[in-house]
Write a protein that binds this ligand. Structure first.
Ligand SMILES: *[C@@H]1O[C@H](CO)[C@@H](O)[C@H](O)[C@H]1NC(C)=O
Ligand SMILES: *[C@@H]1O[C@H](CO)[C@@H](O)[C@H](O)[C@H]1NC(C)=O
Ligand SMILES: *[C@@H]1O[C@H](CO)[C@@H](O)[C@H](O)[C@H]1NC(C)=O
Ligand SMILES: *[C@@H]1O[C@H](CO)[C@@H](O)[C@H](O)[C@H]1NC(C)=O
Ligand SMILES: *[C@@H]1O[C@H](CO)[C@@H](O)[C@H](O)[C@H]1NC(C)=O
Ligand SMILES: *[C@@H]1O[C@H](CO)[C@@H](O)[C@H](O)[C@H]1NC(C)=O
Ligand SMILES: *[C@@H]1O[C@H](CO)[C@@H](O)[C@H](O)[C@H]1NC(C)=O
Ligand SMILES: *[C@@H]1O[C@H](CO)[C@@H](O)[C@H](O)[C@H]1NC(C)=O
Ligand SMILES: *[C@@H]1O[C@H](CO)[C@@H](O)[C@H](O)[C@H]1NC(C)=O
Length: 889
């Protein structure tokens, strides 16, 4: 399923994003160490050895640092005539191989290297998070890279002494600059050419505004990268636009409002301008539980592009994505008719609120290699003029309202590598002639359009694709046979295509080689899967929602990035074979869903031992017997969904050995016992659903203390008896509490008013569904489940259901302080007394059911304040008087 793919990708990005970003920057500017007639001086050699002594080097990155000739040591570069050390290149580029960066302390003995001009410590992680201020004493330093090295705090003001510095990279640390004085030192770096401060937060202070006044005075500044710096205040104008040699300006991912700012578009020397994603008005909603993380509520900065942009005759890259341009694309014609049209090679206008047709003048920007007009409201058909872009390598027109077919002439774009037309309303007929010249095509994405392969069954396409994404294209009923020629395919997304044949044998044979992502979900594919399948690179395998039958295959997954297998909603039968995950060296978090099949037998013991398993979903099968009691001490398994089976017995003692267990879904089974004491140590549980079983006895008082992370507690349809313990009110994070259809008696605890999250407005707590949908921890279990958190899946995030018990006495007034509740169901009890007046203050209520009780008195008039109420039931009570008028129905 595509959501799942996105998720896999996201997670990958989060963990490895940084590393990958850096991986393509090869060792640049490093003086050659090829020959070194002069040896290094003893003094400098000793300094390096002292430096090494203070460093922790778990991966032996400095293992070559032995012997006399330190000029031949890795990362050490000497002047080839004097033997002086002039460069230390100790940056660690992220790579796919696992390594430990250098740690420990940076010894000031480095100061002995008096001729050092190049220092790269990027990608390491030293124990002292402060940037060592002695660096400012390297008089000849011209290149300094401290990127991504875990530094924290202020940048030493003495950096202003580095008057020879021409390259400074401080990006991706936890540095901060919150007032102008914190960056005053920059004004002294008069030789500076390249500056990268990406991801250094400037806060919403005036410092960002004065920063640009400072930078404008640097005579040789050539490159400024300040992406993701929280820049907000931005100078409307500059007293004097210097920036005479600025060629690279990256201001992407900030909060700058560009309307009325024109100087940025007047810098004649610009070759690269990236203003992508500047959000204008950001309300940051705190994300509970995860400290200092925010879900931004965003509005895109409205921008009116000055005509002067058209005369930036050197501009090669222009990215104005995620800015609200709000025009017809054709209206930008005059800008792109200037000299810009000769220089541009890369134009990105994604999500820019553009509409109308794709104008013909696009075909005049004739050096374009990359054109991205995705996620706008462009209509009409893909114009013939695009075929004039003979250098075009990447064309993205995703998510517009384009119609018609693809002009055959597009097939002449011989340089095309990536073509993505997904999510339009096109009807694309692909014929052999069409694509004969597209020899370089690697990505073809057409999802969401209708697609016809008008080719013979033995068509051999001229290209070898890496990625084919054709979700929802009505390609079926046959499996396209030409795919057999695509032996380099890594990503094949062919879900929801009405394919009803079987999967041809050759697919299984070739997938074992290169496929990384295979998504054939949501078709009507029949037949069995080979008994043994070994995948070398497969990360995501989704065969869900088809008609596959027979036994589950023996799966061997060898990729260190293996992320999930989804075989749910098929007709697999028999027992569950062991799934071998062979390589957990790098990324040991993966999930398996085999829910909604016809699997028999017990929950397999091997689940207890799979290293790296994070979620397992075997719900909706025919499993029986007891749960295995072999769970090992593990942090990874966080999510277990075994709902809708015939599992009996109780919850095993070892379950809380899973110290990361976040969600345990066991509803609709035959579990019976008292409330399981075995859960006492599962302090990380966020979601517990034991509904529809045969549990008996009391709800224990320890629940409030031991399960204090719970947000969702569902015990409905069991035989729990006795009082609801007061201690339940210690579950401060609870948002969903469903104890309905049990034998609970006694009064409703007054302390429920202490369920603090239920007092918050749904806007502030509506991250629960986000958590449920996006989090790696609670992911698969909730996907597609009708009643995962009660029947209120329609979106209530705060509710209480105590219906069908034997609860007594009054509705406690304290309950009415749970202002965030969207649904309250107390029906089918023996509650008496009057309906509290103050219920009218629970303004978020959409559903209020007090029926089948012994309530008396009149219905409070205040209830007519409940503007959202759409279900209101007080029938079968002893109430008198009128139903209040107003918006309540
Ligand atoms: C700094 O080092 C990182 C790798 O760790 C590299 O990606 C980046 O390009 C370097 N910065 C400069 C300005 O050379
Ligand atoms: C450099 O050191 C090597 C071995 O340590 C020695 O053989 C060589 O003569 C030295 N070169 C100079 C120029 O001192
Ligand atoms: C010494 O370095 C200079 C400048 O880096 C370079 O031009 C020259 O070719 C080098 N000589 C040798 C022998 O490596
Ligand atoms: C270096 O910087 C410090 C602090 O900014 C300053 O006090 C000192 O005079 C500077 N030294 C030189 C040699 O410029
Ligand atoms: C903003 O800057 C002023 C001084 O210019 C400083 O006093 C204040 O603490 C700064 N605010 C933040 C949030 O850093
Ligand atoms: C697939 O592989 C199996 C075993 O490796 C082989 O017997 C079979 O002939 C192959 N099928 C095709 C269509 O290549
Ligand atoms: C595991 O993955 C790593 C990194 O890709 C690879 O070097 C290694 O050979 C793999 N091991 C096995 C057993 O497949
Ligand atoms: C893991 O994979 C390697 C290489 O693919 C293989 O040789 C080895 O037997 C596998 N180990 C297990 C336990 O399956
Ligand atoms: C609610 O919590 C407060 C503080 O934790 C406590 O003093 C109070 O007794 C609690 N209220 C009830 C009714 O339990």
């Amino acid at each position: 399923m595509s959501a799942l793919l996105v998720f896999g990708g996201l997670l990958f990005l989060l963990v490895f994003g940084l590393a990958l970003q850096c991986s393509d920057a090869a060792a640049l500017l490093v003086p050659s160490a090829a020959e070194h007639p002069a040896n290094c001086t003893e003094r400098e050699r000793m300094a390096l050895l002292d430096f090494k002594k203070h460093i922790t080097d778990s991966s032996n990155l400095l293992s070559s640092w032995v012997g006399q000739d330190c000029c031949s040591w890795d990362g050490v570069h000497c002047d080839n005539t004097t033997g002086n050390i002039i460069g230390l290149a100790l940056g660690q580029q992220g790579s796919e191989d696992f390594y430990m960066p250098l740690g420990g302390e940076i010894s000031p003995s480095l100061l002995q290297l008096q001729h050092l001009s190049y220092l790269d410590l990027s990608g390491n992680f030293f124990s002292d998070p402060n940037i060592p201020s002695f660096i400012s004493q390297f008089k000849e330093l011209s290149y300094l890279n401290l990127s991504n090295a875990g530094f924290y705090g202020l940048i030493p003001a003495s950096f202003g002494n580095l008057s020879s510095l021409h390259t400074l990279d401080l990006s991706h640390n936890n540095l901060f600059i919150s007032e102008p004085a914190h960056h005053e030192w920059l004004s002294h770096l008069t030789s500076l050419k390249h500056l990268d401060m990406s991801a250094v937060p400037f806060g919403d202070n005036s410092s960002s505004s004065s920063l640009f006044l400072t930078l404008n005075k640097l005579p040789s500044i050539n490159e400024i990268r300040m992406s993701n710096c929280e820049l907000e205040k931005f100078p409307l104008s500059l007293p004097h636009l210097n920036f005479s040699s600025l060629s690279i300006l990256d201001l992407s991912f900030n909060y700058i409002n560009f309307s009325g700012i024109s100087w940025v578009f007047n810098i004649k020397s610009l070759q690269y301008l990236d203003l992508n994603f500047n959000v204008h008005h950001v309300t940051r909603i705190p994300r509970l539980g995860v400290q200092s993380r925010y879900i931004p509520k965003i509005q895109y900065s409205k921008i009116s592009i000055p005509e002067s942009l058209g005369s930036l005759c050197s501009l090669r890259t222009l990215d104005l994505s995620w800015l609200n341009i709000s025009k017809k694309l054709v209206e930008l014609g005059s800008i792109f008719s200037g000299c810009l049209k000769h220089s541009l090679t890369r134009l990105q206008l994604r999500y820019a609120n553009l509409d109308g047709d794709i104008p013909d003048w696009i075909g005049d920007i004739k050096n374009l290699k990359v054109l991205d007009l995705s996620t706008n409201s462009l209509s009409g058909s893909v114009p013939l003029s695009l075929a004039r872009l003979s250098f075009l390598e990447e064309l993205f027109l995703v998510s517009n309202q384009l119609t018609g077919s693809l002009p055959e002439e597009i097939g002449n774009l011989a340089e095309l590598v990536h073509l993505d037309l997904s999510h339009n309303q096109m009807c694309v007929i692909i014929s052999a002639q069409h694509f004969t010249r597209l020899k370089k095509l690697e990505t073809l994405a057409m999802s969401g359009n209708s697609l016809v392969f008008n080719v013979s069954s033995n068509w051999v396409p001229p290209f070898l694709l890496n990625e084919l994404r054709i979700r929802s294209c009505s390609v079926g009923p046959e499996f396209p046979t030409w795919l057999q020629t695509q032996h380099k395919l890594e990503v094949l997304t062919m879900s929801h295509n009405r394919i009803s044949s079987t999967v041809p044998d050759w697919l299984w044979n070739s997938t074992t080689h290169n496929l990384v992502d295979l998504d054939l979900s949501d078709n009507q594919i029949q037949g069995m899967i080979p008994e043994f399948l070994t995948f070398t690179h497969m990360e995501n395998l989704d065969l869900s929602s088809n008609l596959f039958s027979g036994p589950l295959p023996d799966l061997h997954m060898h990729s260190p990035f293996f992320s999930y297998i989804d075989l749910s909603n098929n007709s697999f039968s028999g027992h569950i074979p062991r799934i071998i995950v062979n390589n957990t060296t790098l990324f040991p978090y993966f999930g398996i869903s085999i829910s909604m099949n016809k699997l028999h037998g017990r929950v397999p013991d091997w689940l207890c031992q799979v290293k790296g398993l994070e979620f397992i979903d075997i719900s909706k099968n025919h499993l029986s017997g007891e749960l295995p009691d072999c769970w090992l001490d593990s942090f990874t398994l966080s999510n277990i969904n075994l709902a809708y089976n015939n599992i009996s017995g109780s919850i095993p003692d070892s379950i809380c050995h899973l110290r990361g267990l976040n969600s345990l879904l066991l509803s609709h089974n035959r579990l019976s016992s008292e409330f399981p004491n075995s859960l006492k140590n599962c302090s990380q549980l966020i979601v517990l659903d034991l509904g529809y079983n045969s549990f008996i006895g009391s709800i224990p008082t320890w629940i409030g203390e031991c399960l204090s992370s719970l947000m969702v507690l569902i015990l409905k349809w069991n035989a729990f008896a006795n009082h609801i313990p007061q201690e339940i009110s210690h579950l401060k994070n609870l948002q969903i509490l469903d104890l309905s259809s049990n034998n609970l008696s006694g009064p409703i605890p007054k302390g429920l008013s202490n369920l603090t999250v239920m007092q918050m407005l749904p806007e502030t707590t509506n991250w629960l569904p986000i958590l449920l949908q996006n989090s790696e921890t609670v992911f698969l279990s909730f996907r597609g489940r009708e009643d995962a958190y009660g029947e209120n899946r329609i979106g209530y995030v705060n509710y209480i259901d105590f219906s069908s018990n034997k609860l007594l006495e009054n509705i406690p007034e304290e309950l009415t302080s749970l202002y965030g509740l969207q649904s309250l169901n107390l029906s089918g009890n023996t509650l008496e007394g009057e309906i509290p007046d103050k219920l009218g203050r629970m303004k978020q209520l959409q559903s209020l059911d007090l029926s089948r009780n012994e309530l008396s008195g009149s219905i409070p008039a205040t209830l007519s304040n409940l503007a959202f109420l759409s279900l209101f039931n007080v029938s079968h009570n002893n109430l008198s008087g009128r139903i209040p008028s107003g918006r309540a129905k």
